[in-house]
Design a protein around this ligand. Structure first.
Ligand SMILES: [Zn+2]
Length: 195
């Protein structure tokens, strides 16, 4: 009820062109548009497009905390997700999550999964830089990555990584290595934009 009143008073506007109707209009980010694919060292990458023009503006709006834009991007990402796959979002740092009020990749994954009939395991965590301090050398080497898997065993399960933007792909590769160490089969990542 309250939401309906607010939606009438403040209808959503496109984050790129300000057209009234939704957080991202179909002219600025056409649904079903051709995808961009890339090859990372151990992953196939699928993106809605390059990190430029309207897609870049949409990602910046998402990073600024626009949930309606997350909804629109998540719906479009669903086309890159096979039904019944397991999505693992790349985690945002705690500071950024607090600043935005939500974890962008986790929200995108949930929306894409709902639409594509997939599921989400949001159990990858970013290890704070401080956690490495004061440990001996062997402990530091054992935890050389920036991520840790806190969920159930992934033994033999195929998982797909999901994030908002990929630049060098180093973060995705780091996450993939962590998921493989937890038993997962990881050869695919899906992102909104490829820089
Ligand atoms: Zn627009």
């Amino acid at each position: 009820m309250l939401y309906a009143i607010l939606a009438t008073l403040f209808p959503p506007q496109c984050a790129v062109c300000n057209a009234v109707g939704s957080g991202l209009c179909d002219r600025c980010a056409p649904e079903g548009a051709a995808r961009v694919t890339a090859r990372l060292p151990t992953l196939r990458l699928a993106a809605l497009g390059r990190y430029e023009a309207s897609l870049r503006q949409a990602v910046l709006a998402l990073k600024a905390g626009r949930r309606d834009v997350a909804g629109e991007l998540g719906r479009r990402l669903a086309a890159c997700v096979e039904p019944a796959s397991v999505l693992v979002p790349v985690p945002t740092t705690r500071a950024r999550r607090l600043q935005r009020g939500f974890d962008g990749a986790a929200l995108l994954a949930q929306i894409a999964a709902d639409r594509a009939n997939a599921c989400v395991l949001p159990s990858l965590e970013q290890i704070a830089g401080d956690a490495q301090r004061g440990r001996d050398r062997s402990a530091r080497l054992a935890a050389c990555g920036r991520f840790a898997w806190r969920g159930e065993s992934l033994s033999g399960r195929r998982v797909v990584l999901l994030d908002d933007v990929a630049t060098t792909g180093a973060t995705l590769e780091d996450c993939a290595a962590t998921l493989r160490a937890a038993g997962g089969i990881v050869d695919e990542a899906v992102v909104v934009a490829w820089a």
